[in-house]
Each structure stands twice: as structure tokens, then as C-alpha cells.
Design a protein around this ligand. Sequence first.
Ligand code: EPS
Length: 391
Amino acid sequence: MLRYFTSGESHGEALVAFLSGMPAGLKIDQDFLNHELWRRQQGYGRGGRMKIERDAARILSGVRHGIAIGSPIAVLLENKDWKNWQESLPVEEGDPAKHKRVASPRPGHADLAGALKYNFTDARYVLERASARESAARVAIGGLAKLFVREFGIEVLSHVVSVGNASIGNVEVPWERISPLREREEILLNCVDADAEVRMKEEVDLALKTGDSVGGVFEVLAHNVPPGLGTYAQWDERLDAQLAAAVMSLQAVKAVEIGSGITAAVSLGSAVHDEIGYSESAGFAGFTRGRNNAGGIEGGVSNGEDLRVRGYLKPISTLRRPLQSVDFATREPVKAAYERSDVCVVPAAGVAAESMVALTLARCALEKFGGDSIGETLRNFNGYLEQLRQY
Ligand code: EPS
């Protein structure tokens, strides 16, 4: 069983991620992991922190001589900013005069809910863990999951659908237009449509000028996913339910859509469901679809079409022109705390969501095909592919 979790504070010494259950023999490409981490740091509208960090995955365990050895993998990501926080956020008690209290909670952030829950009169400890900095750790192990699902021919990538009011429109972007995005050496807003990208940049500029922040929508595609991952047999084993939870768990995501789920709710059945055809050499078992409103999942099971998962991101809650709040100590009205922040993180959230989709697919694939070594897993996978061809 594939299990994973992360630890680390945004301004602590490091982030750590654990991934347990990866079959032995999987080749680990560290340059690929670091490129994934680089991609998460990009995008127009990111804040000052990204100028400080240069995220790199340091593998501590579970990989030897370039391959996974079947034991738990631990990855460490150093926070370069730690050198500026050693006195204000030490592990030891330190000098309380140097601690950086966050005296007034930011509306929209975890600050108030977290302070109430953990009984803090300061949001510092809350934001340190609730911050989207944590998603870097997920991208490191998500990279490992991507390397694993690649063994099955599955590729996972994202693009930006909208930023604020600027959108590519209601179109189904095919994989062939999305895959070239990964070669880009400069990532503006990770959009397939150059005109829309210019409009998206204007949305960010406007928010930047007014001390505001702006959200948007990203879409993750998983290409070449075989039919049969996930199941309707039990509620929590449905692939759409697992993907929704995985993507919703990312910081600032407030809604998740599979395929054309949102427009489907206001359309007639005949306009929504993807008609079935047959052409012997097509896909995994010869069945074809004229369109993919289902987003590659029917009944909680992958159907052989590309998976399409959208995440709807609220605007970042740290505002340069802060909203109204209350001082934790005095209960007097004050402006919410501000240190520094991003203005727009939609492309970065898309990269983090790719990781969550890859981890989810890796788990489902391991459940279906099993195996303690990559050879055993692929033998089982190839047997299943043959079963589909013979169907
Ligand atoms: C982030 C690092 C953080 C923020 C951002 C994401 O760095 P800092 O707080 O030092 O500026 O830039 O966190 C948030 C969006 C948030 O709301 O906390 C990162 O590595 O992505």
C-alpha cells in the first residue's frame, strides 16, 4: 500500500516528505524531481519568498544506487529562508522578545480557526504549517509517483484555465496542446492560449497594483490512464472521490470539478454523456468516445479517456491592503497581519495538484496491479493490458 505524509514549518529548517510502499527497482531521476520543484516555484505573481528559495529534493532513505529499494523513502527540502528565522522560530525556547507574533488573524487563512483549535493567542504556529510552502514537500514525492506511473505510460500535467476574470473559455483542451507546456523554460501563467495568458497577466497586474490577490482555475490532465482504476464497489474507493479529496487538500482550493461537472449540472443528459463507439485498434480495448465530459471517470472507475480534474483556487488570503480583523490580545478592531505574500499562485497550485493526482493514481495502480518489485508490478500490468486487448 502506498502511504505518504509530510512535515515541516514554512520558516523552519526544512520540509520532509515520506513515501512508503513504492516497489523496489523503480529508477529515481533526481534531476526530474528538482525540475518539478522548480516548476512549482514559477508563475507570474509569486512573492518574495520564491526569490530566496531554490527547492531541491535531498533523498535521505529508500533509494540506493539510483533505484528505490522497497523501503520507505524520506525526502528533505531545505528552507533557505531558515537562516533569517533561526532566532524568531527556534526549536528551543529562545528569546521571546525575538519571536515574531502574528497578532491579528487574516480572514481566509487558517489563522483564527487554527488558533482557536490549538489554543494559541498568536497565529504564528498556525500559519507556519497551514502555508502552501508545505506543497513543495508534496511535489517532491509527487515526482516519485510520476516516475512510477510513467512505467505504465501515464503522464500527468496541468494548465491554467483562468485567472480572475481572464479565461481560455469553455473548451476541452486536448493532451497534445498541454504536453508541450512542460518544455517551457519560462512559465508565465502556464496557459495554452497566448492571448488568454496576456489577459491573465493583466488580472495579476491589477491585483498587484491595488494590493489585492487573485485566484483562478487550473486543470490537471492524466494521459494514457487505463480503464479500471478505482471502483464503485465502496464509496471511498471511487477514483473521483479520491481525486477530489487529494486536490481539495491543497491550500486555497475551494472547489474541485471532474470533467465538465459544473456545466453538466445545468445541461440536459443528451448534451453531457459521452457517446460510445468502437474501432478495433483504438485505445485500450477498442472503445471510443467523441468527447470527454466525464473527465475519464464513470461510476468512480477510470474509463480509458484522459482524466480531467479542475481545482478552483480562492485568491491568496494574505493581502498587502489587509482586511479588517481583531487583535488576539485586546479584541480591538485592527487590520489583519501582513508580512509578504504572493499575488497569484494558480500555476504553482496546478503543479502541486499534478502531484496529488499522480500520488492518487500511483496508489490506485498499486492496489490493482500489486507487486513488491517494479518487474512484478509491470508483469501484472501487462497481463491486464492483454486482457483488455482480448476483451
Ligand atoms: C510558499 C511560501 C510562503 C508563501 C506562500 C507559499 O512563503 P512566505 O510566507 O515566507 O512568504 O509565499 O504561502 C502562502 C500562500 C500562504 O498563504 O501562506 C511556497 O513555498 O509556495
